[in-house]
Design a protein around this ligand. Sequence first.
Ligand SMILES: Cc1cc2nc3c(=O)[nH]c(=O)nc-3n(C[C@H](O)[C@H](O)[C@H](O)COP(=O)(O)OP(=O)(O)OC[C@H]3O[C@@H](n4cnc5c(N)ncnc54)[C@H](O)[C@@H]3O)c2cc1C
Length: 375
Amino acid sequence: MAEKIDCAVIGAGVVGLAVARELALAGREVVILEACEAIGTQTSSRNSEVIHAGIYYPSGSLKARMCVAGRRALYRYCAERGIDHRRIGKLIVATTEDEVAGLRKYKAQAEANGVTDLVWRSAREMRELEPEVACVAGMLSPSTGIIDSHGLMLACLGDAENRGAALALNSPVTSGEITGNGIVLHVGGAEPMTALCNTVINAAGFNAQAVARSIRGIPGETIPPTFYAIGHYYTLSGRPPFRHLIYPVARQDWLGVHVTIDLGGQVKFGPDFGWIDRIDYGFDESRAAAFYTAIRRYYPGIKDGALQPGYTGIRPKIAGPGGPAPDFMIQGPREHGVSGLVTLYGIESPGLTSSLAIASHVAELLRASRPFGAG
Ligand SMILES: Cc1cc2nc3c(=O)[nH]c(=O)nc-3n(C[C@H](O)[C@H](O)[C@H](O)COP(=O)(O)OP(=O)(O)OC[C@H]3O[C@@H](n4cnc5c(N)ncnc54)[C@H](O)[C@@H]3O)c2cc1C
C-alpha cells in the first residue's frame, strides 16, 4: 500500500527547505525527502555564502528577478529570525583602463535589474576604502552581504516543522511514475516506502535531472542535459587585509577569482571554474599558481605561501562549455504537462540569495495548476 503524502519536496538543500517552508506556511502537509543523513550537505554548504545584489544577470531573466526579490526577502527574514548575516558591501574593481568599460556595463545592467544603489569610486577613494587593493576605479555595491547559510536552512526547516512538515533523512527518491491519482514516488534507504503524492517539488540540485528521468511520465524532452563545473576556494592565512568583498571585472563567463569574507572573518579566494564529468569534491592543489596570478591583478601584496587549500563546490549546470550561462529552469505544469509537479534545474548562483523568492515562485506555479487531490 502506498503511503499518502499531500506534498513531497525532494531535496533538503536551501531551495527545497525554502519551498517546504513556503508550502507549509500556506497550509499544505509537507514531507521533505532527503537522500543524505543531514540537511544541506551538497551545494548549499559549498558556496560563497554571499547575498548577491543582482547586478550581472540579463534583464528579465529568472536569475535577475529572483535574486533582487530574494535578496530583499532574505534581509527581512534574517532580521526577523535572527539569522547571522552582515551587509558588508562589495567592491568591483577595474585593474586597467580597459576594464572601466566593464564597470560601466555592470552599472547599466544593474540599473536595468532594479539595482540602483551602485556607487562609482575613483582610484583615490578606493585606496581609502581598501588600501591593499590596486585598481584604476571601482564600484561599491552596498546591498551585497554575507550570510550563515546553515542558519538560514535551519530557520526554514524550523518554520516548516512548526507548521507540521516532516523531514525524512536517508530517504533517496529512486524512481516514480505519474498516475491518474497522483505522483507515485519510490523511496529507498533504510526504510523503503512508496508514496502517492498530490504535489511533488523536485529540488534535488545537480541530481534533479536524474530524479526527473527516473519518474515515468515526465516527458524526456523537457529534461535538460546535466553538466558540472567545479570551483575551488583557497583561504588566506593571517589577518584579513580587506573590509569588503572584492570582485575583479570578469574576463570570462564566470565572475573570476574574488574575495569573500565569512562571518568569522576568514578571507577566502575563489571559486575558480573547471568542467568535470562526475561529482568529486576532491581539491586539486595544482590550481594554486593560477590563483596567485589572478589575485595579484588586484592584490599585488599577497605573499607566496599565504594561500591554504579550502574546499570545493560544484555548479549544477544545464548547458556545457561555449554558450552563455543559462538561466534557472523552473518548470511547472505548463512546461512539462504534469499536474502538481514543479521541477527545478540549474539552480546555481545566485540560488542561495534567491531561495525565498524561488519558493514563492514555486507556490505561484502550483496555485496556477490544479493539483491532484483538490476536491
Ligand atoms: C561554488 C559555488 C558558489 C556559490 N556561491 C553562491 C553565493 O555566494 N550566493 C548565492 O546566492 N548562491 C551561490 N551559489 C549557488 C547556491 O549555492 C545554490 O544555488 C544552492 O545552494 C542550490 O540549492 P539546492 O537546494 O537547489 O541544491 P543542493 O544544496 O544541492 O540540495 C539538493 C539536495 O537534494 C538531495 N538529493 C539529491 N538527489 C536526491 C534524491 N534522489 N532523493 C532525495 N534527495 C536527493 C541532495 O542530497 C541535496 O541535499 C554557489 C554555488 C556554487 C557551486
